[in-house]
Ligand binder design. Structure first.
Ligand SMILES: [Zn+2]
Length: 50
């Protein structure tokens, strides 16, 4: 999913949220999708992809 060089941290990496945002819905829906598949919510929670 990530096409960046160097590759962004994996979704299970401790620094997973350092990955780039690929879909920003922070303003309208309160979440962002990162290029490693991680979904980060406005309240600080996150959802790791299966
Ligand atoms: Zn990336």
């Amino acid at each position: 999913m990530c096409h960046h060089v160097p590759t962004c941290p994996d979704a299970r990496d401790p620094h997973a949220t350092a990955a780039h945002t690929v879909s920003d819905h922070d303003v309208d829906q309160g979440w962002q999708l990162l290029c490693n598949g991680l979904i980060v919510f406005h309240d600080g929670g996150c959802l790791v992809p299966p």
